[in-house]
Design a protein around this ligand. Structure first.
Ligand code: DON
Length: 332
């Protein structure tokens, strides 16, 4: 259950704060941008309203901010990938996970399979589909239900409240995910994953179909920013030791073939998904989430990129920028 009273108090404290005013202005700045297109390759995703636009943030001391459609539910899609990678690390440790999935940026589309061949020991990284499917295959549990439950429990610890799978999107992905099936078969052929690929693919499709809001994603990003502990509930979602692994792959591989440009301009660990979610993490300070289903040709949310670019530039959030204005705006 959410701590409603606690949330209200924190929200009231944050009302009218300079940071909230800044987020409102940022939202208005990008509201009219209708560039991009909604993803259609999964039939259920094509039903998204192109006008949806929400921005949310959570500080590591639990202040919450939301503008626009920040409470609109949507499926998490690829934003799930760094969290499942964290779960695999928690279960197996670095050495075993490194045998199954690399940490090298690919510079190609998220659903690429052309760089998988007999010479590649493992998929490039856990942020592209091949690596994410291999990572889902590392989640242990006596049966598929328990494995899904384990992932949901992990996502819930990050978000701070119960979450569900959108069964319609899951079935839509399962019945049309031929490319992901091809990737899994190719990896099986090269001995990169275990033989029960149908169960592994189901778990991968289910992790992508978890329903979240931008507020939830901000809480999940804030949990990463807060060394693995949800700032509102105080629940640990991932051992602190693996935060650096998750943030490193988000920094180098989180935005697919835009990752280099993103690292240069925004300079924050991030992850996007085809339903239009983008998260960015300001370590030790803030989790940011944007939701807008209009995507660019690389599969990243157009408004998601613009909002994060502006926030990074306006507030000096780039990892290698000399100063940050965030504390000042938050009244610290
Ligand atoms: O594998 C897929 O097709 C989706 N379930 C997830 C892909 C995704 O979100 C990639 N993001 N840009």
């Amino acid at each position: 259950m959410r701590d409603d009273l606690g949330m209200l108090v924190r929200d009231m404290k944050a009302v009218g704060s300079p940071f909230r005013q800044y987020l409102n202005r940022l939202y208005e700045r990008h509201r009219g941008n209708t560039e991009g297109a909604v993803a259609t390759y999964i039939p259920e995703l094509a039903r998204a309203n192109p006008q949806w636009f929400g921005v949310a943030a959570m500080t590591v001391d639990g202040q919450q901010f939301g503008v626009g459609d920040s409470q609109q539910p949507f499926t998490i899609q690829s934003v799930s990938k760094p969290f499942v990678f964290g779960q695999a690390l928690s279960e197996h440790g670095r050495a075993k996970v490194a045998q199954r999935v690399g940490v090298e940026p690919l510079g190609e589309a998220f659903n690429s399979y052309i760089k998988l061949d007999a010479n590649s020991k493992r998929p490039h990284n856990p942020m592209v589909n091949a690596g994410a499917i291999a990572t889902a295959g590392l989640i242990t549990g006596a049966d598929p239900t328990l494995r899904l439950r384990k992932l949901l429990t992990m996502f819930e610890a990050f978000a701070g409240h119960p979450l569900n799978v959108d069964v319609g999107v899951f079935v839509s992905e399962k019945t049309t995910g031929h490319r992901n099936r091809a990737i899994a078969h190719l990896m099986l052929n090269f001995g990169m994953i275990e033989p029960d690929i149908d169960q592994t693919l189901d778990l991968y499709f289910q992790q992508c179909s978890v329903l979240v809001t931008a507020q939830d994603l901000a809480a999940m990003a804030a949990t990463l920013a807060n060394h693995g502990v949800n700032p509102v509930t105080g629940v640990r979602a991932i051992p602190e030791d693996y935060i650096r692994d998750v943030l490193s792959v988000m920094y180098t591989c989180g935005m697919y073939d835009y990752a280099g440009e993103w690292a240069y301009t925004v300079g924050l660990p991030a992850k996007s998904g085809v339903s239009g979610g983008v998260i960015a993490v300001v370590p030790g300070k803030l989790g940011i989430a944007v939701f807008s289903p209009l995507l660019d040709v690389k599969g990243n949310s157009v408004r998601g990129i613009k909002v994060c670019e502006d926030m990074s530039a306006d507030l000096g959030l780039h990892t290698f920028a000399p100063t940050s204005k965030l504390d000042e705006l938050l009244g610290k």
